[in-house]
Design a protein around this ligand. Structure first.
Ligand code: FE2
Ligand code: FE2
Length: 226
């Protein structure tokens, strides 16, 4: 890392006014098309989960911090378009972090992670931060993220989220497992139906856990499905 570079941390990213503004406008824009919430709460949760996954598994502090930054910024691309928001978000993050003085090799890790967090865009765990980001992002499924009020207007994505009343990601470093435990309301969909809708995301999580040397487990209403 060159001497002119700055060790940008999560607090500095959060304090950046352009970051604050773009994330909030992006969430408003996708709200106008009825997409689920991608607010600051989602950004903060994904950020801290991403940090915890890497930290718990013994990765260096700085790598975990890059995970926290990637987690915070990962959905900033919603500002441009919901479609491809991973790739547009990676480019926005590139500009923001370069302006803040972050080292290019650190920005590269974050860009690779943000650009690979979407299953629709064939996201893959291209580095440790990318793997942690996939696990952190996919585990934030919850009823409170659905903005629509009419169940009849729900998309599959709305149902997947609306069904969940509790979710928790547990990292067991001793047994090398990463478990996503969820409680779902079976009046919204059955456990098997839920599993079917959620399958692509879960396969992505399994590959991400394997990238980090762990087994992925999925537990829904106390049934171990993966
Ligand atoms: Fe996203
Ligand atoms: Fe997200």
């Amino acid at each position: 890392m060159g001497e002119e570079c700055i060790l940008v941390n999560l607090e500095m990213v959060k304090a950046n006014l352009i970051v604050q503004e773009y994330m909030s406008i992006g969430n408003d824009y996708i709200g106008n098309i009825g997409a689920i919430e991608h607010n600051i709460h989602h950004a903060e949760l994904v950020s801290s989960l991403c940090y915890d996954i890497l930290k718990t598994l013994g990765y260096p502090e700085r790598e975990a911090e890059l995970g926290a930054i990637a987690g915070y910024l990962h959905d900033v691309g919603n500002l441009i378009n919901r479609y491809g928001h991973g790739m547009s978000g990676a480019m926005i993050a590139f500009n923001l972090l370069l302006d803040m003085g972050m080292a290019p090799e650190e920005i590269a890790i974050i860009m690779g992670a943000i650009g690979n967090h979407e299953e629709q865009a064939q996201g893959h765990s291209v580095n440790n931060v990318a793997a942690a980001l996939i696990l952190a992002d996919k585990s934030d499924v919850h009823r409170s993220r659905v903005r629509k009020r009419e169940i009849s207007s729900f998309t599959q994505r709305d149902r997947v989220n609306y069904a969940v009343t509790e979710s928790n990601l547990a990292v067991d470093v001793e047994h090398k497992t990463i478990s996503l435990e969820m409680t779902i309301d079976t009046t919204v969909c059955s456990v098997m139906e839920y599993f079917e809708i959620f399958l692509t995301k879960m396969l992505m999580c399994r590959r991400a856990a394997e990238y980090l040397g762990c087994q992925f487990e999925l537990v829904i209403n106390d049934n171990k499905l993966l």
